[in-house]
Write a protein that binds this ligand. Structure first.
Ligand code: ZN
Length: 491
């Protein structure tokens, strides 16, 4: 088996994975900002790093996986001005800000559970780590990389860049930032438009604020990940992940903050997952092509031709390499639904196969091809294509065209169940919604055939009773000339 190699965004190349303190691995992934329902983009980031987490554990590492919940400091426009997103919702619905945070955290967890995403080892809230963030600002100020202005504290990007490289991760040049940084409120307080807030003085209408030596205020968005990453994983840890959209300015600023405070880059391997487009377009509220995970699972959106189960969505995401763009379309999702069913049915068949004396297939070759793919920067699409080669073999053995001896059969069974379930996190059919709905549909059809039979025998009491009982269960039966039609009414 080959060694695991990870594409390190910071080094712009694949590197052999060697943790700082084997067998321990520290992994930090920027979690969701707690505002609004989870969408496909959230699912992609969560599933990408869920597979990384699962695979590292599978390889025997002791992984501490930290993923934060951003409940403060993330402002509209992702800049240092605008309204706090939690606060806006709290004011609108007259709720305590923490009620809003809990509401969305619960919904996020529900989505993740549906997608079979494992919970991280620690899920720290930004609002629960204010002292740590204040301490970090103090360190950065003491080292001369931040300045106070009107009760707020800003990171001095130019000063930092003279000695280090603000752009080491994203490849951006500070000179170019003059043109791309927009003029927004609070810019007058800054030495340069691209300086970012470490601490912001709260204005009167701000609901979430804490005391500090600079002002009654709240921490800047980039600060929480540096503070909580250091607290739970140390000044230098193994893996830091997140969506490509976080590379700049969020992760670039995290590096700058850590170097300014502790004198070293905080992370050995930076990993970024690519984004999801909808029918070729960027997903955004303004383009009206925003699909939440709840929409996806229920089918309740004009953009959807039907509902898709969480496992179909998971499989769809894994069918693309995490660093490639991924385009959502109904066609692609329907193909994933079929693929997932085929794979899981083959997994079931595999458990029922009986061994022969000889093998006509080289099982070890298939397994090594598959593991090479996953070791090559988590190449799940190649891995899945090897699984489909195995599906063909399983079906030929089932048809008696090929044979497997007892040892090979056991190897293939173990490989299939550990990699599809433990590493890729795909649930077997009996635990997924697919079979539930298939079975429900079949049961309804059977009952309606009994009813049709009763009707044909002019036993209208029985036929009406079945119709009414089904209606109570939410199944609407429509009689037609040549039989019946039915639908499950959504409550
Ligand atoms: Zn972060």
């Amino acid at each position: 088996m080959k060694d695991l190699h990870i594409y390190n965004t910071l080094k712009r190349k694949k590197q052999k994975f060697e943790p700082i303190n084997t067998p321990h691995v520290g992994m930090y992934v920027c979690g969701p900002t707690v505002y609004g329902d989870g969408h496909l983009g959230h699912a992609r980031a969560a599933i990408t790093f869920d597979v990384v987490f699962r695979y590292l554990k599978f390889l025997g590492y002791k992984v501490r996986y930290v993923s934060n919940i951003t409940d403060v400091g993330h402002l509209e426009n992702d800049a240092d001005s605008g309204e706090d997103k939690i606060q806006k919702k709290a004011q609108l619905e007259q709720l305590e800000p923490m009620e809003v945070v809990q509401f969305y955290t619960n919904r996020y967890h529900e989505n993740m559970r549906n997608l079979n995403v494992l919970r991280p080892s620690i899920e720290p809230h930004a609002s629960g780590h204010i002292p740590e963030q204040i301490e970090l600002v103090e360190k950065i100020m003491k080292n001369g990389y931040a300045y106070q202005s009107n009760g707020s504290v800003y990171f001095d990007v130019l000063k930092y860049n003279n000695e280090h490289n603000y752009g080491v991760l994203s490849g951006r040049k500070v000179e170019d930032l003059y043109e791309t940084t927009r003029e927004l409120d609070g810019q007058k307080e800054k030495r340069n438009s691209f300086d970012f807030a470490l601490w912001k003085k709260a204005d009167k209408k701000h609901l979430m604020h804490w005391k500090s030596q600079w002002s009654e205020g709240y921490p800047g968005w980039h600060l929480e990940c540096s503070a909580m990453g250091q607290k739970y994983l140390g000044e230098k840890f193994d893996i830091h992940g997140g969506g490509l959209d976080l590379q700049f300015p969020h992760h670039e600023s995290e590096i700058a903050q850590s170097v300014a405070a502790y004198g070293q880059e905080p992370v050995k391997y930076w990993m970024h997952n690519n984004l999801i487009t909808i029918n070729g377009q960027k997903m955004s509220k303004s383009l009206n092509n925003f699909i939440t995970l709840f929409d996806l699972f229920s089918g309740n959106s004009d953009l959807l031709e039907k509902n898709y189960s969480p496992m179909t969505v998971r499989f769809f995401i894994l069918q693309a390499h995490y660093r490639s763009p991924l385009d959502f379309s109904n066609e692609a999702l329907k193909a994933s639904e079929k693929g997932y069913l085929r794979l899981m049915k083959a997994a079931e068949t595999l458990q029922k196969l009986t061994p022969a004396k000889k093998s006509t297939i080289k099982v070890a070759e298939i397994i090594s091809k598959a593991t090479d793919a996953i070791n090559d920067d988590f190449n799940t699409p190649i891995f899945i294509s090897v699984l489909f080669d195995a599906v063909k073999i399983i079906n030929s053995v089932n048809d008696g065209k090929e044979t497997l001896n007892a040892a090979d059969l056991k190897k293939l069974q173990e490989f299939f169940s550990s990699y599809t379930h433990d590493v890729l996190g795909l649930l077997p059919l009996e635990k997924s919604a697919e079979t539930d709905s298939d079975l429900t549909n079949d049961l309804i059809k059977t009952i309606l055939e009994v009813r049709l039979n009763a009707k044909n025998n002019k036993d209208f009491t029985t036929s009406d009773l079945i119709r009414d009982k089904l209606l109570e269960l939410g199944v609407l039966v429509k009689d037609k000339k040549d039989g019946f039609d039915w639908e499950i009414k959504k409550s």
